[in-house]
Design a binder for this molecule. Structure first.
Ligand code: ATP
Length: 292
């Protein structure tokens, strides 16, 4: 990727209701130093208007790939495009209306309240020198309600529990109303009821036409919600497709170093992963840890 951005490009309409733009990674190599790439030559055409779940063992490169897709990390090689346009050529403000990203461990400004934080999600939609409109306030309130965080509006972020904080951050991402939402382990701190609630909210976003890419560790929840499941191992995509095709015992063993029984949920037909015995010691997972 070139360091300096040439003239910015104009994309298709980014109003809610417009088709989500096509996000694509081609031969993408990413890393934090030039000498040790973390993501190696990945090709990924994110399905517009679908829910894609990225899974993989610790350090397999999920967050790095997500950061690359969000333009938070420059590519060492290859490229990322939105509707065919190189992502680095898109103006920052327009990109913020197109792509919303929730990193794994976001840091809130000191003393900020939950309501103030979620309102920041509206910045890309606000004309310069104009404050919040009543529409913005309505979106903020609806986003907080969607993640069961309305009662936290006046509370300071640094006084909330980990799960409460996470729900507020998800509300902020929703309030941004991007066409593509990238979320890194948004349910990691949530109790099971809130995990399902948040994933239902993401499903509803997809039903409205938003493209969602989410990193999850719970393979059964991933299988239940994914339209497309992508398995990463050592910075490469090793399986991709419908959960019922991708989540085989062999894939789970190779990618996660675990012997698991794969059952089928009789209600949904989706796979249910029952971990049995860890086979760490000879697995790909250990080879990753040795690379640290
Ligand atoms: N800021 C950074 N600087 C240097 N190396 C990093 C940085 N962030 C991640 N890495 C390294 O990149 C590799 C992939 O990390 P990444 O966070 O993408 O994995 P992950 O699949 O998201 O893992 P997890 O499931 O543990 O969150 C790891 O070896 C990690 O140590």
């Amino acid at each position: 990727m070139t360091a300096t951005a040439p003239a910015s490009v104009t994309l298709s309409p980014d109003a809610p209701g417009a088709a989500a733009p096509a996000l694509r990674a081609e031969n993408l190599t990413l890393g934090y130093t030039k000498v040790r790439p973390v993501v190696h030559g990945v090709d990924l055409a994110v399905r517009p208007g679908a829910l894609t779940v990225l899974v993989g063992a610790n350090a397999s490169g999920k967050s790095t790939l997500l950061r690359g897709l969000a333009r938070l990390l420059p590519a060492h090689a290859g490229r990322i495009t939105l509707d065919g346009n190189p992502i680095e050529r898109i103006a920052a403000r327009q990109l913020a209306r197109m792509i919303g990203v929730l990193p794994q461990n976001p840091i809130a400004p000191e003393g900020i309240t939950a309501g103030e934080l979620v309102a920041r999600g509206r910045y890309p939609h606000q004309p310069i020198f104009r404050g919040r409109s009543s529409d913005d306030d309505a979106v903020v309130a609806a986003s907080l309600a969607a993640t069961d965080a309305a009662s936290l509006t006046e509370r300071r972020m640094d006084e909330l529990s980990g799960g409460q904080r996470q729900r507020v951050w998800i509300a902020m991402a929703l309030a941004q109303q991007p066409r593509i939402l990238l979320l890194d382990e948004p349910t990691s701190a949530l109790d099971v009821a809130h995990q399902v609630e948040v994933l239902d909210v993401l499903r509803a976003e997809v039903d409205r036409g938003t493209t969602v890419v989410v990193v999850l560790h719970d393979l059964t929840l991933a299988a239940r919600y994914a339209d497309e499941l992508v398995v990463l191992c050592d910075g490469r995509i090793v399986a991709q497709g419908a959960a019922s095709e991708v989540l085989t015992e062999a894939t789970v063993r190779d990618a996660f170093g675990i012997d698991a029984r794969i059952l089928t949920d009789p209600d949904t037909g989706r796979p249910v992963v029952l971990p049995r015995a860890s086979s760490l010691g000879s697995s790909a997972v250990v080879s990753q840890e040795r690379m640290q």
